[in-house]
Design a protein around this ligand. Structure first.
Ligand code: MSP
Length: 504
């Protein structure tokens, strides 16, 4: 493992407003970036997100609003930036594929690959799915429809440019075989491997004729064509952090010296685990360390997506439940990698249980006791004999960092397991309060014992504050203010309970 990390999210299409699914990958990447910064220092982590702004979907969405594609994307990108600031996303850089640094890099990549003999032109005849922007052969169609999205396809006959993907199939199989952590979780590794074993890759069509689609990056060797939107989009990961020199060698401090982590949803696994490594290999650029494909948020049995009309707005959830309850729910409720069902009911259950009852109460009760028994000042420590419960708690605190590192680093990214580990301490501390019955200690005037007891709780809260910060930065900051350095500043409970309405 290197001591530098470069973490990316997919760049999102701006044809529609962001929904919970988009926010999920970005929140996970943010949590990871914050955690890594905590471990390695701010300057050793680079977190990139951005927007995918070319292609037919965007061109059509702009036309529908009577705007030029550029006007349309300039407007839409603000929704993404506003959402990320509303969710406390700490990205270091935001790339738009319409920026010059990106369009130039894409043209450079095309030029280099063309000169290396990796690109050729040919007449293409077949079927095209516009929403997926994908070509299909007659054989691949499902009842004459797109085999992926099941929507109608259009017959197409045109001259296009192709990247020699098929040439690198054996190399890719070998590479994945030798790097079992390259694609995660293991089920996705298997999926890619069995696809590669069972199918012969066809070359990738990387152009679209301008008479059909003008909103894209012009091919440097054919002014009549624009670049296929996926080929354009994948390059964002390198265009944002580096440049090609005159000889066509890629220079980038981040890409070359950090562990590169791509977080994606499982819907875009093939593009990331097949096209992208082959493009990089053909360019003689090193491969990312890991591609982690998480599952989908579903509504009932359907993936949440704009085309299904079942999306939930993240900002609505934040308005109703708060940023951190929303972040916590997404990261806690479903192990990263599996699908999950989104419902307000389960969010409220987590909020009332884990957050209001467990964490919120621990902080509130402890601060109330400090007010009541020690006039609002955290008492000075004096070593006392530890009871067995205290010993257990202190041992748990000591082991926590190790457990977090085992769950949060490559190749696991198991956010829910990390939170479970933190909650063990919260639960032990709450039980310690119930078992110790501090009101009796106070009645019996056992002040030294009471001090020792409060200090255990303060240490628990400190440890929890520190470790939840990547997941819930606002809550961690609020605990810090309330606990102060010695003089506490008790505020309202961290998480007010929410009533379950019958229709949620
Ligand atoms: N623009 C491409 C990605 C290019 S990356 C070089 C794209 N964009 S997208 O707007 O459709 O976003 C796809 C990503 O959004 C998924 O990979 C996933 O990260 C996230 N999600 C979108 N819907 C989702 C769910 N219902 N559930 C979880 N995440 C999903 O594809």
């Amino acid at each position: 493992m290197k001591n530098k990390f470069y973490i990316t999210t997919p760049i999102y299409y701006v044809n529609a407003s962001p929904h919970i699914g988009h926010s999920y990958t970005t929140i996970a990447a943010d949590c990871l970036a914050r955690y890594m910064r905590r471990c390695l220092g701010e300057k050793n982590v680079w977190f990139l997100t951005g927007t995918d702004e070319h292609g037919q979907k965007i061109q059509r969405a702009a036309e529908a609003q009577n705007l030029t594609p550029q006007e349309f994307t300039d407007k839409m990108v603000l929704q993404f930036k506003d959402l990320w600031s509303g969710l406390n996303i700490s990205y270091n850089d935001f790339i738009r594929t319409t920026e010059e640094r990106h369009t130039k890099a894409v043209q450079r990549v095309l030029d280099i690959l063309n000169k290396k003999g990796q690109v050729y032109s040919a007449k293409y005849e077949g079927w095209y799915c516009t929403p997926c922007e994908t070509f299909w052969t007659q054989m691949q169609l499902a009842d004459q429809n797109c085999p992926d999205c099941k929507r109608p396809v259009e017959k197409i006959s045109e001259t296009n440019y192709f990247f020699k993907l098929s040439q690198h199939q054996d190399w890719l199989i070998d590479y994945i075989n030798n790097n079992p952590e390259f694609i995660r979780p293991a089920s996705r590794y298997e999926e890619v491997m069995s696809f590669l074993r069972l199918n012969k890759l066809t070359d990738l069509c990387i152009s679209r004729p301008k008479q059909r689609l003008s909103w894209g990056i012009t091919l440097p060797f054919s002014p009549e064509h624009v670049t296929y939107v996926w080929f354009d989009a994948l390059i964002n990961y390198i265009s944002a952090v580096g440049d090609f020199d005159r000889e066509g060698k890629y220079k980038s401090e981040w890409w070359n010296s950090a562990d590169v982590i791509h977080l994606i949803g499982k819907d875009i696994l093939r593009q990331h685990a097949i096209y992208w490594p082959i493009i990089l290999h053909a360019l003689e650029i090193k491969l990312p360390k890991i591609i982690f494909a998480h599952g989908w948020w579903m509504t009932g049995s359907d993936k949440m997506s704009k085309s299904k009309g079942n999306v939930v707005s993240p900002l609505d959830m934040v308005d109703r439940f708060g940023i951190d309850a929303y972040r916590y729910f997404l990261l806690r409720d479903v192990p990263f990698g599996l699908d999950g069902n989104f419902s307000q009911k389960s969010l409220i259950k987590r909020l009332n249980g884990d957050l209001a009852n467990d964490l919120g109460n621990l902080v509130y009760r402890t601060l109330t006791m400090i007010e009541k028994y020690f006039s609002g000042r955290v008492p000075e420590a004096k070593p006392t004999t530890k009871d067995s419960q205290e010993k257990d708690i202190r041992e748990k605190i000591q082991q926590l960092e190790k457990k977090l590192s085992a769950t949060l680093t490559i190749p696991h990214f198991n956010f829910s397991a990390a939170l479970e580990n933190i909650w063990e301490i919260i639960n032990m501390a709450n039980k310690y309060i119930e078992d110790t019955k501090p009101w009796n200690l106070s009645k019996e005037n056992k002040i030294e014992e009471l001090k020792g007891f409060i200090l255990v709780l303060v240490d628990c809260i400190e440890c929890v504050r520190e470790t939840i910060a990547p997941f819930m930065p606002q809550t961690a900051a609020s605990i810090k203010i309330q606990l102060g350095s010695r003089q506490i500043k008790k505020g309202k409970p961290l998480f007010p309970r929410v009533d379950l309405e019958p229709n949620t």
